[in-house]
Ligand binder design. Sequence first.
Ligand SMILES: [Zn+2]
Length: 309
Amino acid sequence: MVFKLFKNGDTLYDEGKEFIKRGEFGKARDYLQKSMEKDGGDDDCAAVKIALIDLSSQTTNPHMYGILIKKLEETDNEEFEFGLTQIIRDELKVECELTKRKLELIQSGGRGTSLISKGEQLQQLAMDFQSRIGERTLVIPELFNRDSTVTGNTEFYNLMAIAYETMARGVVWDNPSQAAEYEQIAAGYRQQNGQSGDDNMARIQAYSTTCKCWMCGRIATGEGIHFYKTDAEVSPALDNQSDTVRSKPEGDDHIYICLACYSAVSKRSDAISRQYYDKALQEMRAMEMRLQAEIMALQSQISMARMSR
Ligand SMILES: [Zn+2]
């Protein structure tokens, strides 16, 4: 009887494995779950496979990697198959640990100086991907995203780029030229990883652009950070700049305004709008009360007329 139960569990386990091969993960999960209830399977990896299936639809959720790591620690099998892929337990465990760290770091947000230490942690992680996985292809992207181009080394370049971009965001407010330097390094890593680095270049351009404020004449570096380009009508008579530092982009209906002038103008204009809004609302309320009074007067006239009929 006991033997029959074991056999039954094994059959369920084998069927679960077949469903994985066909990519029918939902059915595979059911069979594997049932096989575990009946102690089935010859390699004690049903729980690992269920964790892999659960991860397949949530590959950006660090918690799911935590569950898989736990299941990998609980199995004695050093090697097992998942569909047509042969998986080495300890290699997958390292990949999951590093990927979990990566997702937690990237999803952690932060601003200002905290971004500097986040950038340093990303660099450390990048080096861990390089030293612990190296040229090996990552299993999870290959299994679930059909992407076999991701290796420990490509993750190194990718994370180094993200690290320097994060640090650039951390310093740009105080030091745009330092931010431009970080973006330059990030662009280098992106290019080594076969990417264009165009976004980095656009930010370098913006961070290193210097202007003279059209309004106050101050010099500011860092477009979109310390100065802005705004719509303006500039007649030819006004557009006779001889300075090396420009107050407007060439041949454009825009002028440059430093953050101080820009924010002063926007705040003043907000305050003026607010005054108009409050005044309009006050008048509407007064009108509503007048109308209400007129309606009431009419209603009482009507009921008087009805009563006197
Ligand atoms: Zn200004």
